[in-house]
Design a protein around this ligand. Structure first.
Ligand code: GLC
Length: 448
């Protein structure tokens, strides 16, 4: 439900402004909940327009630095207040959704996942940015992240950083075991992992995200895609094909990682954080993760292994598959449609600042976040310092989006549940695929 901004003589005030102008009696019970959320007012005592910017916690510290730089540059004009949200994208999504449903909430600028815009846009919760983020502006950005911001022909976000699933491996351990290259197929990964764990101190062959959450959905999809399967047929959002032979083969490979002992049983509870800990403390030989992990290798307090011990490759595929696919991840900026024009303008200044070449380069160097601006992939110095960018460029070209549907969050909950059941062994791959076929079809049928 969209709560439209309230017009008053002399201009347009935001939902928050409305609360201030009208008081709680006018605002109604549903809005009282958001009034207590904290956050910013429109203008602070120095006359600067304040706005609230939300994003999850940032291990690299580079985001706080960007906020600091912005506030310094625009002192007296704009002020960004960073509100730290849940690290888990699904929990963060629910927090924001709840605020929108209660009338708009306190957040003006959302650093949000690439899978959110369809649902937010369909509900009218986020601003159509097609005019601010012009066609000309968009040309400088990688096409896939721009596509992730697009819903029914309009653009609702500005790509901030992009993500693709990658295979991290211990270069030193592979070398010692006589493997000159990382595995190209999932079977090779199992062979290499089994040999290396047998000969070295590393206990876990492979760790990946198989917990019941959004990351588990992405990992399950990657197994399906790298076996030639899919969830929906092509661009058709109504035709569920997840019970096909290839999709089932993908889920069988995922399950076999645990059955064969290559992955620990506990992967069924692993998110990015547990995988990162296992790999960076030297316990695991292989790890599926996003580019951000590269920057943490060698960081004091975060890692026992150095960057020279870390190799990065495309995700393996099933034997006979030519191309590797990974899930397209990443984060974009979205504006709350119910914020005031002043807040939107101020927040958009932050968007321009944070997506500028200089700041994207800073985040790439200090957090290995993959840039969304094409030109940075030609920056030789940057690529040399952050080699994951090189692989990232090809990985992004081969990255597949999750379905761009307003019902994606419902679809994902079901996928996360069934993929997880399959990894735990409480359902066979075929049973999980059949359940998914029925339940996803119900969701897409409701949507059409
Ligand atoms: C990363 C990706 C995001 C994905 C999430 C899953 O943050 O960028 O798109 O949904 O991981 O955990």
């Amino acid at each position: 439900m969209r709560v439209p901004p309230v017009r008053v003589p002399g201009g347009r005030v935001s939902r928050k402004g409305f609360l201030k102008v009208g008081g709680s009696a006018l605002a109604g019970a549903a809005l009282l909940g958001v009034a207590g959320c904290g956050g910013s007012g429109n203008q602070n005592s120095s006359g600067a327009t304040e706005f609230t910017f939300s994003f999850g916690p940032d291990n690299s510290g580079s985001l706080e630095e960007i906020v600091r730089r912005f506030n310094k540059k625009f002192e007296g004009r704009y002020r960004a207040n960073y509100r730290v949200m849940a690290a888990d994208t699904g929990q963060y999504f629910n927090q924001v959704k709840t605020e929108f449903q209660a009338g708009g909430g306190e957040i003006d600028l959302i650093g949000g996942d690439v899978v959110w815009p369809a649902q937010f846009a369909a509900n009218g919760w986020i601003e159509d940015l097609s005019d601010r983020f012009t066609e000309e502006d968009r040309k400088a950005f990688l096409p896939a992240p721009v596509e992730s911001c697009t819903y029914e022909g309009a653009v609702y976000g500005v790509p901030w950083f992009t993500d693709a699933g990658m295979l991290y491996y211990r270069k030193d351990l592979l070398d010692n075991a006589g493997f000159s290259d990382p595995p190209k197929t999932w079977e090779e990964l199992k062979e290499q992992a089994t040999k290396i764990t047998g000969e070295s101190d590393a206990e876990d062959g492979f760790v990946f995200q198989a917990a019941e959450y959004e990351g588990g959905t992405v990992n399950g999809l990657e197994y399906i895609w790298t076996h030639g399967g899919d969830v929906l047929a092509g661009q058709d959002l109504n035709d569920v094909i997840i019970d096909g032979t290839q999709a089932i083969a993908g889920l069988s490979t995922e399950r076999s990682m645990v059955e064969s002992g290559v992955a620990p049983r506990a992967v069924s509870t692993y998110t990015e954080q547990e995988c990162q800990a296992a790999f960076l403390n030297g316990r695991a030989v292989f790890c599926r993760n996003w580019p951000y992990m590269y920057a943490l290798a060698g960081e004091q307090g975060q890692s026992n292994i150095g960057p020279d011990q870390v190799g990065v490759a495309s995700l393996p595929v099933a034997a006979g598959q030519e191309e590797s696919f990974s899930g397209l991840g990443g984060w974009n900026f979205y504006l709350n449609a119910t914020s005031s024009e002043e807040e939107k303008d101020a927040a958009y200044e932050f968007v321009k600042f944070a997506t500028s070449p200089e700041q994207q380069k800073y985040r790439a160097l200090n957090g290995s976040f993959l840039p969304t601006l094409e030109e940075l992939y030609d920056d030789e110095k940057l690529v040399e310092k952050v080699p994951v960018i090189d692989l990232g460029e090809s990985a992004i070209k081969n990255a597949r989006p999750r379905p761009l549907s307003p019902y994606y969050s419902d679809m994902s909950l079901v996928m996360a549940e069934q993929f997880n059941a399959c990894v735990k062994g409480s359902k066979s791959p075929k049973e999980a695929a059949n359940t998914l076929d029925d339940r996803l079809q119900e969701i897409v049928d409701q949507a059409s």
